[in-house]
Design a protein around this ligand. Structure first.
Ligand SMILES: *Cc1c(COP(=O)(O)O)cnc(C)c1O
Ligand SMILES: [Zn+2]
Length: 371
């Protein structure tokens, strides 16, 4: 079907190898040729699996799915600008992480793993827990102690073993890595199969705009699971000769935790060590994104940029979105906030994903509602 290739030393491993990193310690990519047949795509059910010929799972029987995806794309005005909003908060677990979880847990089922480990600031953990439940694979989810209560309850209710780790997001990753020694590491950051799921975002946008790609996509970015996925998806379409150019991908970070912005604006080769403070955008508060170089390379290649928004701007954008009927979590509102400063040109098609549901952040939204 393809193979696994190290991003750093270029060693290749057979496709059926259950490993999630190279022997040299670096990240792996999947080398795999995606196929598309527009007629077959249109005949299939409106789920992300209608692009099954572009997804690296051998056997239909191993697909772990709730018939998710093909989320509605609607036109809206944000800060007076015309944009398309892709309603990724309407997934079964309330965030687009289900795209990645569906493919990654299908992969785990295909490999016959008996137990999985994942760490997350919340939404990826909830998604892996749900798909693990659907596949009847036991899983351990590690989260920072500060994770929103709604996300903790959700993970628990799916039946996952929840481990709350004191300290930073990086401390949580460390705890999970130790546990991952013995089990399948279903990491949404390390495991390349997760990105094979999030890439379906790009396919759907392309189809929903009439088999045309937008000019620009603004994406809340911490570890880059949606930004990298979108890039891989648009690249698949380009390599298949279905589109001529890639959309500009714009990474949006919280001003309070913006390592990628530092790296981008100061043209640094390596991830700087930065000062962070709390942000309402908890889903993208990642001080040390593992794939920082990959994200910056993608932004450069697509002629995009990295921008920051303040908590104040995020909250204003969130209230505006809610007043138009979109109940999303603060992290998602970061990309809406970024539209304000974005210099949209005449006729420029912009897509913004609404990445997570507002019901995930009741305690944060309650504070805004009481204002
Ligand atoms: C995961 C997530 C993002 C993007 O985060 P990355 O760390 O870049 O993968 C954005 N919004 C929400 C709601 C999320 O759960
Ligand atoms: Zn290597």
């Amino acid at each position: 079907m393809g193979d696994l290739v190290c991003r750093s030393c270029r060693t290749t491993y057979p496709f059926d190898d259950p490993r999630w990193k190279c022997d040299c310690g670096s990240l792996l990519d999947i080398r795999f040729r995606a196929a598309f047949d527009r007629d077959r795509i249109r005949e299939r059910r409106p789920t992300m699996w209608r692009y099954r010929d572009a997804l690296p799972i051998y056997d239909e029987q191993h697909i772990v799915s709730f018939n998710e995806g093909f989320t509605p794309l609607v036109e809206a005005r944000i800060h007076g600008k015309p944009v398309w909003l892709k309603q990724e908060h309407l997934f079964p677990t309330g965030s687009y992480k289900d795209r990645g979880a569906s493919v990654l847990v299908s992969r785990a089922a295909e490999l016959g793993v008996s137990r999985m480990v994942e760490d997350s600031s919340g939404n990826a953990g909830a998604a892996i827990a749900a798909y693990a439940a659907r596949a009847s694979i036991p899983c351990d989810i590690y989260v920072p102690e500060s994770t929103s209560p709604a996300k903790l309850v959700q993970i628990r209710m799916y039946g996952a073993h929840l481990h709350q780790v004191p300290g930073s997001r990086e401390d949580t990753a460390h705890a999970a890595l130790q546990a991952a020694g013995q089990h399948f590491y279903a990491s949404h950051v390390w495991n390349p199969f997760f990105f094979q799921g999030t890439k379906t975002f790009a396919f759907e946008v392309w189809e929903q705009l009439g088999f045309v790609v937008p000019d620009t996509v603004l994406i809340p970015t911490g570890n880059g699971t949606l930004l990298i996925g979108a890039y891989l998806g648009f690249m698949d379409l380009k390599l298949a000769g279905l589109i001529a150019r890639l959309p500009r991908l714009i990474a949006v970070q919280s001003e309070n935790c913006a390592p990628l912005h530092r790296m981008w604006s100061e043209e640094l080769e390596d991830l700087p060590s930065i000062q962070t403070s709390d942000t309402v955008a908890e889903g993208i508060a990642i001080a040390e994104p593992m794939r920082a170089n990959q994200i910056v390379d993608i932004v450069r290649e697509t002629e995009g940029t990295v921008v920051t928004v303040s908590d104040q701007e995020i909250e204003t954008a969130l209230v505006d979105a809610c007043r138009q009927g979109w109940y999303v979590e603060p992290t998602s509102a970061s990309a809406l906030a970024a539209i304000k400063q974005y210099p949209q040109s005449a006729g420029e098609t912009i897509v913004v994903p609404l990445t997570g549901h507002g019901l995930k952040s009741t305690e944060k939204l309650l504070k805004l509602a009481e204002h």
